[in-house]
Design a binder for this molecule. Structure first.
Ligand SMILES: *[C@@H]1O[C@H](CO)[C@@H](O)[C@H](O)[C@H]1NC(C)=O
Ligand SMILES: *[C@@H]1O[C@H](CO)[C@@H](O)[C@H](O)[C@H]1NC(C)=O
Ligand SMILES: *[C@@H]1O[C@H](CO)[C@@H](O)[C@H](O)[C@H]1NC(C)=O
Ligand SMILES: *[C@@H]1O[C@H](CO)[C@@H](O)[C@H](O)[C@H]1NC(C)=O
Ligand SMILES: *[C@@H]1O[C@H](CO)[C@@H](O)[C@H](O)[C@H]1NC(C)=O
Ligand SMILES: *[C@@H]1O[C@H](CO)[C@@H](O)[C@H](O)[C@H]1NC(C)=O
Ligand SMILES: *[C@@H]1O[C@H](CO)[C@@H](O)[C@H](O)[C@H]1NC(C)=O
Ligand SMILES: *[C@@H]1O[C@H](CO)[C@@H](O)[C@H](O)[C@H]1NC(C)=O
Ligand SMILES: *[C@@H]1O[C@H](CO)[C@@H](O)[C@H](O)[C@H]1NC(C)=O
Ligand SMILES: *[C@@H]1O[C@H](CO)[C@@H](O)[C@H](O)[C@H]1NC(C)=O
Ligand SMILES: *[C@@H]1O[C@H](CO)[C@@H](O)[C@H](O)[C@H]1NC(C)=O
Length: 870
């Protein structure tokens, strides 16, 4: 029997071998000539690609192999049926470029069943009704990550054989055509990342074969369609990042609560409200439930969940309150729980979460009770986020956590020294440690170098660290320890942290000289030593391949000159050496830093001219310059501001609404700088990339104000006060349509105030006091809101708001004694307790000076430039 079987096998194998060699030429489909010419025609519609034109490593231009002399059924990306018709065309990742026209020969391939053009991000065009409906046999249409635009054509509804339709990551707009409701064979429908609008169509409930429905990242609005409960085959439903409102109908939740197929439900980043239907937690097949970033309210009800397989539950940033139900531990498969940014309250014993590997309880009203040593947790956490949980002591159970990757204990009440055992927390695994905003004073056992081998991100800002600056592990990429009380020198070993990109030790009491080698650490993106007591000279900075973007040495006691080596910092965007004792001439070479946007030399001992006929040509990218409180002098020619391209360029309206801050794109740091703005020293905690200002105040400039100042179209703040500028106020100032703050006080300006200034409709702060101006104060628009203090101490101004009435002959009669003391009036200002104006507000300006508010327009001005981000 056994032999027989073997013989049979051998015979069968031999037979299939011979038959496959002998019959293959005939059974293998041969391409029909007509099909071949359609394909070659299609190939001609696109320019040939050189290998270096390929968009990325995945790309492979399959059409290169399409040669007339070969059978087209053997070409790359082509599949034929037995009759020699092309039924499959796969040109995904082929760097296709340019438009697909409606007359393209592609639409003549009427036997096509499978058309895959995905991942050709420069492949554009529109799908027209007539062309799309030619492909009646299509089963699969995949246009993922192309660049098609326009509406989704109605005729797609005529492709009645479609089972797989992916139009995601294109630029389709408008509503989803109703005709798609006829595609009852659809199993996979992905329309995410387009610009689709309207409600989520309720007829989607007709497509009962769907296993995946992906509609995320569009502009859908309206309520959750209950008809989706009819999609009983659904495995994954994604509706995230839309503008959906209302509650999740309990009826929907109840009907799907028996589903044995639905494993992924993502409704995050919408505006859903009401309570979360408890039956969502009972769906036996559900593995991941994401309701992050909505407005769900009320306590969380979790009951009868014994058959749940839920492993990941995301409920961040909602309005959930009450206690976290103990029954959450009945979700026995749960390994990831994210509850941050709600208002859960009560005491929490972490032992209740002993199944989890990721737990996020940050920013609620919770109190983590003393975490007894008894529970050396059976589980090893991977991510533990316990910010703002009223934690008073270092949780001892952490000691045995040796797989921890991420630990956030920030914004708690940890005080005193970090215990010795804490070094054992994830010594080999910890990559991100955040202990910021506590009351920590130091280490029980002062380390020479911190022991965590894998640490990349270390945040210790806003604590009470005293003593000397310890050295983070060599793996560190971001190190923040600003706003502490550290003293002593910076150890030169910092220069050997070759992964370090961001070093922020600002706001401490560090002293001594800045280690010379620090300037040549070629990994640094940002070096912030602001507000310490460093003295000595600025070390030579930037090696040849420097990536340094931000250098902030302000508010120290640095002396000497600015090192010329800085000219090699080709990536430098922010150079702030304000508030030191640098004695130098104006660094004309800063003009050759192609990316420089912010230059602050304020309050030093600079002198000499800032203009030179051969050395000065203008700043290409500069948008904020502060040279105030130095001894710069000389005359500025009328052309002085002509080539300041960045400030000269009007910012397109669209970019204005897209508020961006300076800093690294990962949001790990943001540049901040102090500017005199609207009469106050203001710390711009986050610098909007649209903020443009020039401050030359308190120097010794003389001559006329350059008329080219009117070219600075995007200027928001201009301060020339405390100089000896003479002549009249240039009428070109009236062209600065973005100007919010203008200070020309304490100069020798004479003549009348140009009426053109009335057209500065955003102007909120004006100071022309202490000059020799005469004549009537213009009125209308913003000028009707300024007070006496804006005009005091001039020779002979008249009219509102001053008491002196204008007469015909007024401007001819000098009269300097109308008694306005501008100094005393200058005391207005702002108490800007803006921080924490609700979670949603990102503060663009935090004002240092705490004064009493008098001028409500100030706020509106700020809000014009502050983002309200979710
Ligand atoms: C196509 O490119 C995308 C990214 O551009 C990549 O994720 C995908 O794996 C590539 N597909 C193939 C088949 O190479
Ligand atoms: C196809 O249409 C495009 C644009 O409408 C046109 O430029 C091109 O000549 C047409 N090609 C053929 C073969 O008709
Ligand atoms: C996508 O198409 C638009 C025109 O609809 C074009 O402006 C844009 O440059 C294209 N994008 C790419 C990456 O080719
Ligand atoms: C699509 O099908 C409908 C109804 O079957 C028909 O009336 C219409 O003409 C078709 N559209 C196209 C573009 O073929
Ligand atoms: C999307 O299409 C619109 C016009 O419909 C166009 O203005 C916009 O630039 C396109 N966006 C991209 C990213 O191609
Ligand atoms: C959905 O199905 C219902 C009933 O089967 C039918 O009346 C309706 O026309 C369908 N909707 C669409 C858009 O096809
Ligand atoms: C959903 O299915 C139920 C029963 O199968 C049917 O009565 C109802 O009309 C369907 N609803 C929608 C919106 O398709
Ligand atoms: C939910 O939001 C809608 C508006 O989108 C509102 O009409 C409704 O009252 C809200 N419901 C709850 C329970 O807050
Ligand atoms: C939970 O289960 C119990 C018993 O199995 C049952 O009495 C109760 O009604 C269920 N509760 C809910 C909300 O389904
Ligand atoms: C959070 O809940 C507490 C009670 O637990 C309540 O006093 C407080 O007002 C709530 N806060 C918010 C923002 O809802
Ligand atoms: C410094 O940290 C303390 C908390 O330690 C905080 O209250 C204060 O606002 C911080 N100061 C700055 C300037 O951030």
């Amino acid at each position: 029997m056994r032999t027989l079987y073997l013989i049979f096998c051998c015979f069968f194998a031999a037979h299939s071998l011979t038959s496959s060699t002998s019959t293959s030429p005939s059974s293998r489909p041969r391409c029909l000539h007509e099909q071949s010419s359609i394909l070659l025609q299609f190939k001609r519609e696109f320019p040939l690609k050189e290998p270096e034109d390929l968009l990325n490593d995945y790309d492979y231009p399959k059409m290169e192999t399409w040669k007339a002399e070969k059978d087209c059924c053997s070409w790359d990306g082509i599949e034929c049926d037995t009759t020699g018709h092309v039924i499959g065309l796969d040109l995904s990742n082929s760097s296709l470029e340019g438009p697909l026209h409606s007359n393209s020969s592609l639409f003549s391939l009427t036997h096509l069943e499978n058309l895959n053009l995905a991942y050709n991000p420069k492949f554009s065009g529109r799908l027209s009704d007539s062309s799309a409906s030619n492909l009646k046999s299509l089963n699969v249409l995949d246009l993922n990550s192309c660049n098609f635009s326009g509406i989704v054509p109605t005729s797609i509804g005529n492709l009645s054989q479609l089972t797989y339709l992916d139009l995601s990551s294109n630029n389709f707009s408008g509503e989803v055509p109703t005709s798609l409701g006829r595609l009852t064979k659809l199993e996979h429908l992905s329309l995410q990342k387009n610009r689709l609008i309207g409600r989520i169509p309720s007829w989607l409930g007709n497509l009962t074969g769907l296993t995946l429905l992906q509609l995320s990242h569009n502009n859908f609005n309206g309520e959750f369609p209950i008809s989706l409960a009819n999609l009983t085959q659904l495995d994954s439903l994604y509706l995230s990042f839309n503008q959906l409102v209302g509650s999740i109908p309990y009826e929907y939740a109840n009907r799907i609560s028996n589903s044995m197929l639905l494993s992924m439900l993502d409704l995050s980043h919408n505006s859903f409200n009401g309570t979360i239907p408890p039956s969502l937690f009972r769906i036996p097949s559900l593995v991941s439930l994401n309701l992050d970033y909505n407005q769900f309210t009320g306590p969380l009800t979790i009951q009868n969940v014994s058959s749940s397989q839920l492993t990941a539950l995301y409920l961040r940033r909602n309005n959930l309150n009450g206690q976290i139900p103990a029954s959450i531990s009945e979700l026995t498969s749960l390994t990831e729980l994210y509850l941050s940014l709600n208002n859960f309250s009560g005491e929490i014993e972490l032992g209740a979460f002993s199944n989890l590997i990721s737990l996020d309880l940050s920013y609620n009203s919770l109190t983590i009770t003393s975490t007894s040593t008894m529970f050396a947790l059976a589980v090893n956490f991977y991510s533990l986020l316990l910010a703002s949980c009223n934690i008073k002591e270092f949780p001892k159970f952490l000691e045995t956590q040796n797989e921890l990757w991420e630990l956030d204990l920030s914004h708690n009440k940890l005080e005193g020294k970090i215990p010795k055992w804490f070094f054992r927390v994830g010594t080999e695994s910890l990559a991100r440690l955040d202990l910021s905003s506590n009351l920590i004073t130091g280490w029980e056992q002062e380390p020479s170098i911190l022991p965590w081998e894998a640490l990349a991100y270390l945040d210790l800002r806003h604590n009470k660290f005293r003593g000397s600056l310890f050295v983070p592990p060599f793996s560190t990429v971001h190190f923040f320890i600003f706003n502490n009380s550290l003293t002593g020198n910076v150890d030169p070993i910092f220069c050997e942290l070759h992964n370090l990109k961001v070093l922020d030790v600002s706001n401490n009491n560090l002293s001594g000289e800045i280690p010379r080698c620090l300037g040549s650490n070629s990994s640094l993106l940002m070096l912030n030593l602001q507000r310490n007591n460093f003295h000595g000279e600025i070390p030579p900075t930037c090696e040849e391949r420097s990536v340094l973007k931000t250098l902030d040495l302000s508010h120290n006691q640095l002396q000497g000159k600015i090192p010329k080596s800085l000219v090699t910092c080709k990536e430098l965007e922010v150079l702030n050496i304000g508030h030191n004792q640098i004695s130098d001439r104006f660094p004309f070479w800063t003009q050759s830093l192609p990316k420089l946007q912010i230059l602050v030399l304020r309050s030093n001992k600079f002198d000499g001219p800032i203009w030179h006929p051969r050395e000065f040509s203008g700043f290409e990218n500069l948008r904020m310059i502060d040279l105030s409180f130095n001894n710069f002098g000389g005359v500025l020619p009328s052309e002085y501001f002509r080539n300041w391209s960045a400030i000269n360029t009007e910012i397109p309206y669209v970019n204005k609404s897209k508020l961006r801050y300076m800093g690294d794109t990962s949001n790990y740091y943001q540049d901040s700088v102090t500017v005199a703005y609207k009469g106050l020293d203001t710390v711009l905690v986050k610098i909007l990339t649209t903020f443009m200002s020039i401050d030359l105040s308190h120097n010794s400039f003389h001559g006329a104000i350059p008329s080219s100042i009117g070219d600075l179209k995007s200027l928001v703040g201009l301060n020339l006060s405390g100089n000896n500028f003479g002549g009249s106020i240039p009428t070109s100032l009236g062209k600065l349509s973005e100007l919010e703050s203008l200070d020309l006080s304490k100069n020798n300006l004479s003549g009348k105030i140009p009426y053109e200034l009335v057209s500065l409709t955003f102007l909120q702060h004006l100071n022309l006091s202490d000059n020799k101006l005469v004549g009537p104060i213009p009125h209308g628009k913003q000028f009707d809101t300024f007070e006496n203090s804006s005009f005091g101490g001039n020779l002979d101004l008249c009219g509102f708001p001053l008491a002196k009435k204008c007469t015909e002959s007024d401007d001819e009669q000098p009269n300097s004694d109308h008694g306005q003391d501008s100094e005393s009036e200058n005391g207005f200002g702002w108490k800007a307790a803006l921080v924490g104006y609700g979670c949603g507000i990102v503060i663009g300006l935090v004002v240092e000076h705490v004064l009493v508010s008098r001028r409500p327009t100030w706020f509106s001005g700020i809000y014009r430039r502050i983002s309200l981000t979710p």
